[in-house]
Every structure is written in structure tokens, then in C-alpha cells.
Design a binder for this molecule. Structure first.
Ligand code: UN1
Length: 501
């Protein structure tokens, strides 16, 4: 019905790989089974990492701009197959068509970024205190990069990591979410096409996919040859993985959850604010790590904003994400639906006033989980509000003083994304200042989600501390070496130390 197999075939994944295994894959659109894949045995991980490590030893010697050529070709394959891969994302993850394609666009953009970067992997030269000496730093390839991704961005997050890792000289070994392995196989197939066109100086196993559950991620975390583990997912996952990698002094790049707030100030352009809030809170059915989960509204505009917001919320078209008029697709599975309902029940217990949140389309799709997005007016920022629930629930609270809004915005365990709608310059600057938002992303007059790839992406506190994608995030994928070269005829020691022999 979704033509998933036809799409996979076009993308280069043979039907022979799709049946007979124990890893069942379902579409959240209607619960239909898409495939039964064969999982990667945990016992095979060490061998696979060995293959990646062998690839590293060769790839690190290929000049970076030449490595960039491979990523350029990958970008071409993605451009060519944007519609098909985007549609497969919609089928497997439930995103609306425009967001499915947008995700592939994000992959294309990071490829372009990485191609340019492949000629810009630069270090510093630093003034030496000694005569006739030169001090400099170099950035060398780091090693195998393990990439662990979540269902909600099943391919873009791989691309953020893979495009940078590959130009930096690092092979990638990818453990996608067990809920979205098909898009991973399709992406790998496109990568292999790029590899074929690239020519013979690419080693085998530059990119590999491991299919299965958390035990595979753990095996990557424990393997000393995996120099960087870049993991996107829940805070619980990061808490389990991070210490394992740290125990062997490996490097971790963690992109965990968020509990992102928007402050709406008295001077805000409410038309703009409503659009930013609705996309942030209800787009992607509330299943982005950057989703707007909390709204802090000034008393003076509270009734008007909530009325307008609720009108738009009630009218959002929920349904099949492949239909062009749909704005909110399904939740990923029943467990996600159950967690949402539990949160709403708790909200009521804590004095919240819940609008929406109920299941819809149940008769048409008994095995899919569509909900009307929820707006919950809360009397205060209760323990529930301080938690991340991965669903389209927006908690709305009032504030009176700007300082109060800022304190509430920061008073959650996560620190990923944040925004303020204001036309007051001082408020905007205070929000962005050192004493303002404590998040890795802080925006003015745009929402919390939908960041561009050119900036560094990530957050602090329970959001994990990692930064990936743009800016200088590439440094996480390389190792820094400080070199001092003496071209004098003497051997002066630093700090004026005398050691005459
Ligand atoms: C995620 O939800 O894991 O800023 C990533 C955004 C997207 C990435 C979200 N570019 O919403």
C-alpha cells in the first residue's frame, strides 16, 4: 500500500534482505509490517569494528579534499533520490511528506558543508617563546566513529555525523533505531553507489550498518577501537552509554533530549509567535528533541494568545502523513501513545487544564496511534512539566516579570533549545546573554525546532553537552596534535629552565 518495497528497490535495497529475520519493522501510518530483517548478532560487532578500523588505517592517508569528493558524490545521490528517500522516511517514521523530504535536504546540506570543510580542516600556528622555533597544531583523523541514531531523525542525524567523519578521515559504523532500519539500509545503499562512482582509493567498510537493539550500541561503547561514539536518543540512553565510553577514555558526543520553552513577551508579534509555537510544539507530532514543550506567556497577553493558539491547534489536520494536507502524522508506536496519556492524566492530577490529546482515527487504523495535539494550561511548572514527554503536548504557564520567565525557562534538567518572542531589544539581548538562556540553542522571534545545519547543534545539562553539524563541530571527529619545530642551532628549554649537560 505504501509501496515501501518498490521504493527500497529504487534506492538499491534488494527485496531478498527484507524477509525472514526476527527484526519486525512496521509503519506507524497504519501498523502494517514492512519487513522482517535479520539483526546483527552482538558477537559479530567486534569483527565489524575490525573492518572499520582497517578502513581507518587506509582512509586517514587519503588527502582530505579527496575524501570530500566521496561526500560530494553522496550528496549527488541524495539529491537524485530525495523524493524516494523522503517518502521512505515518512513511511517508516511517520513524518509528513514535507518533513520527510526536508530531512533529506538536511542530509544534502551537510554534505555540501562537509565538502567545503574538506579544504578547511585547519590548525593554528602559535608564537613560540623560544628563538628559531615554530609551534603549530595539526588535526588528524581520529578513528572509527560509532553513530547511534533515534527513530525521529532516522537519516539526517547519520548524515551530520557521517559527512563530517568521512571528510575528517574517519569511517562510520551506524546503529540506527530498531524502529527505523529500512531508511538506514536505503541510505547505506546510496552511500555504496557514491562509493562505486568514487573509484578504487576508498577502502571497504568505510560505512557499515548494524541492525538491532541497545546491546549493539553497548558493544560499540565498549570497543576501544571506536574512537568516538556519537549517540542521539534519550537522556537515559546517554546516561547508560556515556560512562561506558568514558571508562575506556573514549570520546562521546551526546545529543539527548530537550524540554524546550518559548517565552512570549508583551511586545511579541502574536501572529508570528502562534506560527512558531504551533510548528515547534505540534510539528513532527511533537517528536523532535527540539520540540517546544513549554510556553511561558506574559499575563497581559495570556488570554489572547491561548485563545488563538487553541483555535489553530483544534484545526490542525491529523492523519496520514503522505497526504499533502496533513500537518500532524502518527506517534511512532503504542508505547509513545501510552506515555502521552499517562502524562496527560498526571497533568490533570497536578491541576492542569487539558485540551485535546485524545486518540483519533482509531477505527480506520486500529494499529496506528494518531492523536489530537494537546494544550495544557498548568498552574505552575510542576515535576511533570520539568520532564520530557516525547509527544505533542504543550504546557502553558503564565509569568509576570521577565526574570521569572527566564528562571522558569532554565529550571529544567535539559538545556537544548529555547526561544523568546519579543520586540523589546533589551529583553532579547538579556535572553541571549551569559545570564540568559542556558541552552545550546537560543533564538529570538523563531521557534525552538528546525535548526539549520550551519550552526553547531546540541545542548547542555541533561541534553548531553555534544555539538554536531556546523560551526567547528568537526573538531570532535579529529585529534589535535601540538608540534614544536626547532630550526635554530641551539636547544633552549621552555620556561627558562637550565639543564646543562
Ligand atoms: C532531533 O530531534 O534529534 O533542529 C534533531 C531541529 C532539527 C534536528 C532535530 N534540525 O529540529
Amino acid at each position: 500500500m505504501h509501496h515501501a518495497h518498490q521504493l527500497l528497490d529504487t534506492l538499491g535495497v534488494s527485496a531478498a534482505h527484507l524477509q525472514g529475520g526476527s527484526l519486525g519493522v512496521r509503519s506507524p501510518i497504519d501498523g502494517a509490517r514492512l519487513a522482517n530483517l535479520s539483526p546483527t548478532p552482538v558477537a559479530a560487532v567486534a569483527d565489524r569494528v575490525g573492518g572499520s578500523h582497517a578502513a581507518f588505517l587506509a582512509w586517514r592517508q587519503v588527502p582530505a579534499p579527496r575524501r570530500g569528493e566521496l561526500v560530494r558524490l553522496l550528496g549527488e545521490e541524495l539529491r537524485r533520490h530525495k523524493a524516494e528517500l523522503g517518502r521512505l522516511v515518512s513511511i517508516e517514521a511517520g513524518k509528513i511528506a514535507s518533513e520527510g523530504e526536508g530531512e533529506v535536504q538536511e542530509m544534502i546540506d551537510i554534505c555540501d558543508f562537509a565538502v567545503g570543510l574538506s579544504r578547511q580542516l585547519h590548525g593554528l600556528t602559535i608564537a613560540s617563546e623560544r628563538p628559531g622555533h615554530r609551534m603549530m597544531e595539526q588535526w588528524h583523523p581520529l578513528g572509527v566513529v560509532g553513530v547511534i541514531t533515534a527513530f525521529n531523525f532516522p537519516v539526517a542525524v547519520w548524515a551530520w555525523n557521517a559527512a563530517l567523519a568521512l571528510v575528517c578521515g574517519d569511517p562510520v559504523i551506524w546503529k540506527p533505531s530498531e524502529k527505523t532500519p529500512l531508511t538506514a539500509l536505503a541510505t547505506q545503499a546510496l552511500f555504496e553507489r557514491a562509493l562505486q562512482r568514487y573509484g578504487p582509493d576508498a577502502p571497504p567498510a568505510l560505512s557499515q550498518v548494524l541492525l538491532g537493539g541497545a546491546e549493539l550500541g553497548q558493544a560499540l561503547a565498549d570497543d576501544r577501537r571506536v574512537a568516538l561514539v556519537s549517540a542521539t536518543g534519550s537522556t537515559a540512553m546517554g546516561r547508560a552509554l556515556g560512562p561506558r565510553v568514558a571508562a575506556r577514555f573514549g570520546r562521546c558526543l551526546l545529543e539527548l533530549g530537550g524540554n524546550n520553552a518559548i517565552i512570549v513577551a508583551p511586545s511579541a508579534d502574536l501572529e508570528l509567535a502562534v506560527r512558531g509555537i504551533v510548528f515547534g510544539a505540534y510539528g513532527t507530532a511533537g517528536q523532535r528533541c527540539t520540540t517546544t514543550r513549554r510556553l511561558l506567556v506574559h499575563d497581559s497577553i495570556y488570554p489572547e494568545l491561548v485563545t488563538r493558539l487553541d483555535r489553530v491547534r483544534a484545526g490542525l489536520q491529523v492523519g496520514n502523513p503522505l497526504e499533502s494536507t496533513t500537518l500532524v502524522g502518527p506517534l511512532i508506536d503504542q508505547a509513545a501513545f501510552d506515555r502521552m496519556q499517562q502524562a496527560l492524566a498526571r497533568a490533570r492530577d497536578e491541576g492542569g487544564h487539558v485540551t485535546g490529546g485524545e486518540r483519533v482515527l482509531a477505527e480506520q487504523h486500529p494499529e496506528a496511534w494518531y492523536v489530537r495535539p494537546a494544550l495544557v494550561e498548568m498552574p505552575r511548572q510542576s515535576p511533570l512539566v520539568r520532564e520530557e514527554t516525547f509527544a505533542p503536548i504543550l504546557y502553558v504557564m503564565r509569568y509576570h516579570r521577565f526574570e521569572e520567565a527566564l528562571a522558569l525557562q532554565n529550571d529544567v534538567p535539559h538545556g537544548l533549545s529555547s526561544a523568546i518572542f519579543t520586540n523589546d531589544l533589551r529583553e532579547a539581548e538579556r535572553f541571549l546573554s551569559a545570564a540568559g538562556s542556558d541552552c545550546g540553542i537560543a533564538n529570538v522571534n523563531i521557534g525552538t525546532s528546525g535548526a539549520e545545519i550551519g550552526g553547531a547543534f546540541g545542548g547542555d545539562k541533561d541534553s548531553g553537552g555534544g555539538r554536531e553539524s556546523g560551526s567547528d563541530a568537526w573538531r570532535a571527529y579529529m585529534r589535535r596534535v601540538t608540534n614544536t619545530v626547532n630550526y635554530s642551532g641551539a636547544l633552549p628549554l621552555a620556561q627558562g629552565v637550565k639543564f646543562d649537560v
